[in-house]
Each structure stands twice: as structure tokens, then as C-alpha cells.
Design a protein around this ligand. Structure first.
Ligand code: NAD
Length: 265
């Protein structure tokens, strides 16, 4: 493990344009469960998984019922979002923010909806699946805060006349075009991709590592940090896996980088 941490540190120092992809595993140490890990929400509750696949259709069919669910009490998905909004970053989020400040990490593309990368201080973040901290109008694409939300007058409307939803991209909902475009640009630009805490099975996000490394001969380095091997490990898309917790491994990589940079001064 130590060898792989030092190898990753050296490769990050030598990279021209390193980017980071993150998933739900990145935030389990902040108390937010993932979906598919051993203690994941869907691993332990199959009904929650089935409901998640219906949420976008519910919004299209009845925005009022969608918002009633989102503002509902304990046990509803809305209550889960409100808990997520209160979460705090962990040592992994802070380590990535530090790597951005050192000029090594150029961009973080996250599937997480919790806003914890920004809270930890990373500035260039693409929230691929949106955020629980905002609302979005699917008609014109504009985003805003919760000030437009009045529980006695549901659903909330955008100035363009469209109905607003959570900015979160629900299953079966298209990813906003601006987000897809920015993320693809970053994946094609990078020469090193660090992938943290994702099972990498949700598309189109899961296509980003494959775009960065279209063949074994590609010179892009792909490094995974995950609690368990994933599809990317099995398919050989990642060059290697550092197996363990992101909240423990990322700070060690950041420390190793700082030490090596100081030694070379
Ligand atoms: P996933 O649940 O499919 O996979 C998470 C992966 O992370 C698993 O392989 C798990 O073993 C690993 N993992 C768990 N804890 C870890 C840790 N501390 N360190 C390293 N690895 C760890 O999650 P996904 O691939 O991100 O896809 C699920 C979807 O769920 C995404 O679209 C995301 O938007 C959404 N989601 C987000 C949050 C959040 O915002 N925090 C939470 C749950 C789900």
C-alpha cells in the first residue's frame, strides 16, 4: 500500500493535467451512506432503489406530488436530502482541496450531490449529478437557491414559466448539456485521472474513464482509490487500485507530495 501511495504521489507531481472523479464512497466517512457499498442504501433497502427509478417520472407526471415528497417528514427522500445538506467534509475532501491549491489537481468531477468538495475549499468542481443545495429549471436550465420555494404554493415556478425541481439529476433524467460538455472536455484533456469511491456503473458518468483511456496503449494514467475492486479494476481501465478508505489514503498522498516537493527545493 505504501508503495502505491508513493507511486501515485510521484505520478501526480509529474502530471501535466490531473483531474479527479469522485463518487458516493468519498462521503461515507462524512456519514452519508453510499448506494451500492456493503452498507449502502440500496444494498440494505431494495424498495428505496425502486422508488429512486420512479422519481423523475413523478416530477414529470405531478410536480406537486414530487415536491410534497421532497418536503416530507422522516423516511422520505426529502428528509434524506435535508440530512445531506447538513453534512461536513472529511479528511479526503480536504486533501483534494489541498492538491488543487498546490496546483496539481485541475478539476474535480463528482457524482455526489452533497456539495462537500466546495465546502472543503475546492473551487473547480463539476457536479455531474447536480446538488442538493440548489433548484434547477429543466426548461431553461437556470439554477437558484431555496428562496423560490413556498411550501403553501407548490410547485415552485421559474421566471421563464417552467416548473422547478431539485438540481439533483434523478435516474432516467438527462444530464444537463453544459455539464456533459465540460466533463467530457476535462476527461479528454487530462493525462492523469484519479478515481475515488465510485463503483463506476452509473452512465454516462462511467464513460469518462473510458474516454480518458480508450485503449491499453493510451498514455493517460488512471488510478483508483476504492474500498473494493470495481468494474474499472476488472476491465483493466485503471492502471492500479489503492484499496482502502479515501479519507485515509488521500491525506497520505497529499503528505507524500508535499514531502517530495520540499525535498526537491
Ligand atoms: P456507489 O454507491 O455505486 O459506489 C460507492 C463505492 O465506493 C463502492 O464501490 C464502495 O465500496 C466504495 N466506498 C464506500 N466507502 C468508501 C470509502 N470510505 N473509501 C473508498 N471507497 C469507498 O456510488 P457511485 O458510484 O457514486 O454511484 C451512485 C450514485 O449515487 C451517484 O449518482 C451519486 O450521485 C449518488 N449518491 C450520492 C451520494 C452523495 O452525494 N454523498 C450518496 C449516495 C448516492
Amino acid at each position: 500500500m505504501r508503495e502505491l501511495i508513493d507511486r501515485a504521489a510521484i505520478e501526480l507531481i509529474n502530471s501535466r493535467y490531473a483531474i479527479v472523479l469522485t463518487g458516493a464512497g468519498m462521503s461515507t466517512e462524512s456519514g452519508i451512506p453510499d448506494f451500492r457499498g456493503p452498507k449502502g442504501i440500496w444494498t440494505t433497502n431494495k424498495e428505496a432503489e425502486a422508488k429512486a427509478y420512479e422519481r423523475y417520472e413523478l416530477f414529470l407526471r405531478s410536480p406537486q406530488a414530487y415536491w410534497e415528497e421532497m418536503l416530507g417528514g422522516e423516511g422520505t427522500h426529502g428528509a434524506f436530502y435535508r440530512e445531506v445538506r447538513k453534512a461536513e467534509p472529511n479528511t479526503g475532501h480536504y486533501a483534494l482541496a489541498e492538491l488543487e491549491k498546490l496546483g496539481i489537481v485541475k478539476c474535480v468531477i463528482t457524482q455526489n450531490i452533497d456539495g462537500l468538495h466546495r465546502k472543503a475549499g475546492t473551487s473547480n468542481v463539476i457536479e455531474y449529478h447536480g446538488s442538493v443545495h440548489k433548484l434547477r429549471c429543466p426548461s431553461c436550465g437556470s439554477r437558484c437557491g431555496f428562496e423560490v420555494l413556498a411550501p403553501e404554493k407548490l410547485p415552485p415556478y421559474c421566471q421563464c414559466g417552467g416548473v422547478m425541481k431539485y438540481d439533483v439529476v434523478h435516474f432516467k433524467e438527462p444530464i444537463p448539456f453544459d455539464v456533459i460538455e465540460q466533463a467530457e472536455r476535462e476527461a479528454l484533456e487530462c493525462d492523469l485521472m484519479l478515481i475515488c469511491g465510485t463503483s463506476a456503473v452509473v452512465y454516462p458518468f462511467a464513460s469518462l474513464p473510458r474516454a480518458a483511456k480508450p485503449s491499453y496503449a493510451s498514455s493517460t494514467t488512471v488510478i483508483e482509490i476504492n474500498a473494493e475492486p470495481t468494474q474499472l479494476t476488472h476491465e483493466g481501465i485503471s492502471d492500479y487500485l489503492i484499496q482502502g478508505k479515501t479519507g485515509e489514503i488521500l491525506p497520505q498522498i497529499a503528505d507524500s507530495i508535499k514531502m517530495k516537493v520540499q525535498q526537491n527545493r
